[in-house]
Write a protein that binds this ligand. Sequence first.
Ligand code: 6CS
Length: 344
Amino acid sequence: MKRKLNVTMLKLVFASILLIASTSMSLYAAEWKYAMGEGVSDPQGIYATAFKNFIEENSRHKIEIYPVGSLGEETDMMEQTKAGILQFLGQSTGYMGGTIPEMDLFTLPYVMPTDTKQLDYFFKNSKVINEMLPPVFNKHGLELLSIFPEGEMAVTTFEPFHSPEDLKGKKMRVMPGSPILVETYKAFGASPVPMTWGDLIGALKTNMVDGQENPTVWIEAYDLDNLTKVLTYTGHGHFNASASANKEFFDGLGDRDKKLIRQAAAHAHQVILKEAQKLDAYGIGRIVRTNPDYKIVTLTEKERAPFKKAATAVQDSFASKSASNKAFLDQMMADLKEAEAQTK
Ligand code: 6CS
């Protein structure tokens, strides 16, 4: 009788431990750090806020968002994330090609479309993003969550330009983490100057650089139109951003939290893609309204031809750097062709 009582007691104690363990995991509350290369009201902030809200509405976890500048420059953030100081990273693709060479795919000239419907389809269905990039991010200690568009690249300068000859000797600022951006502006006839965002405003004010490129929503938000004289649409590029997690942190989570993070990323991806349909129109619309004398130039197809010709050498250079780069570029072209066909 006594022995039976002990076995029953043991079963009760074991069941209670299991119950507490399972309950405590759902009650487990962590504070995760999410740093990004933009402010809360910018596209990366829209994504991060949607991600944060989903996590906090569906768990007891908290997300602390660190906008650009609060933990240093955008260039520091990837190392902080890989070191596990940050759990999540929002980073512009133009800062990543130097560390993850395949990411320079997104800065190649005259590859990304400017049509928002094609971009929407591409960023939802691309094999490059959904199948090929995740294992590459893993090799770099990161878990890829999302890549999304922020708007067509527009070039702002002090003087108009209509050809590579007009850009000869012009010091053009490019984001600091992309060998392809340097090659692109060299091919366009200019003298590229890799520079972090934090140094750009001062460099424009002191004529250390003669121009820069960014999407119009960013140009307007940070007053770059009042620091230059002309905005030129060349059609050569698109600004994109990524969201990722520290791989060791992600791998160490239980299935419930891994699923939660994937769902939060999918939700935030939908939110920013919907917003991205409007960003270009919003950006240029505000520039025209608030700065009516600012000169806006759209290069003609004829004027774009020499830039496009120069761009093919940059695309070939990217593909020649490694078999992986070539495979990525081939798949990117196939994905973009599919996006064009599906959105006719
Ligand atoms: O030009 C840059 O460096 C900045 N531009 C944008 C659109 N986002 C953040 C990035 O640091």
